[in-house]
Design a protein around this ligand. Sequence first.
Ligand code: AMP
Ligand code: TRP
Length: 328
Amino acid sequence: MNKQILSGIKPSGDLNIGGYGGALSQFVQYQHDFECFFFVPDLHAITVPQDPQQLARRTREIAAFYIAAGIDPTKSAIFLQSQVPAHTELAWLLETQASFGELGRMTQFKDKSNGKESVSSALFTYPVLMAADILLYQATHVPVGEDQKQHLELTRNLAERFNHRFGETFVVPEPLIQDIGSRIMGLDDPTKKMSKSNPNLSSYVLMLDPPDTIRKKFARAVTDSESSVRCDWDTKPAVSNLIEIYSVFANEPVEIIEKRYAGEGYGTFKKDLAEVVVDKLVPIQEKFKEIVDSRELDDILKRGAQKASEKAYDTLKRAKQAMGLVTF
Ligand code: AMP
Ligand code: TRP
């Protein structure tokens, strides 16, 4: 079977190394083996209030990170969601097939709406737009972090339901969730996912943090009482999280890292970890700066949207025909 990948990172905050571990580092690896579509889900970002200037900036930034991290735009399509209107159109068709109850069970919606007096209806229907993103490209595989598993399950259910009611139209996609890096936790609290929405700035490392800031943040990172460098999520979650970050950034298995630091204290390990992260991020940051405001980026995004549109409109047309909407 032909393998196709689609994934994206929301431009809703400054990208941190959690998004790199769970998503971006995977994108770069898969581009060699799959036909890939990497997009910036800007329409997802506006489900919560955004400052328009900042949104535009962050959208360019995410696209620039894709390229800076090593995605080759001549191989993979890189584009902005809002440049391909088929996404919102298919989302509407799929909304007619999604039930109110199943959307209400989405934990991300519950988390994001919890305690808020008012949330947008788009925040509620967001997972259906995500399903449309994926199904439009007939993606066979979707690399995401652990937190997106439930949304992928909904996508699979919607695809199966649609195919059952209207005839084979969509490929039912598989999530690609790595063992290592798919759940990078906060440096201040290993029970909470590393997130750009955490008000504690030392809880996350940003992709654009200068080397000295990265070093300081890792030096401050919480550890566990027993002082061996060993991965055990049940009893040593803080150190396990740091070892996973090391593993993602050094591209080395956990066992090798554990062996290397057998008998060493946390101090040495945390210092080395900071250097491993700095060594990976500095070249990405340099490339990012070259590209983020360039015309070249505009051209890549335009070409990407063209390539994506061809595929997307083909699927959209088939879905419309299947449902009995008149197409010409
Ligand atoms: P977002 O920035 O929320 O659009 O997330 C982009 C991608 O990064 C999604 O695939 C998430 O699952 C993944 N991701 C976000 N935060 C983390 C984290 N702390 N650890 C691992 N993956 C993450
Ligand atoms: N919902 C994803 C997130 O919050 C972003 C996203 C939107 C996505 N559409 C997608 C990821 C399609 C993979 C495939 O991280």
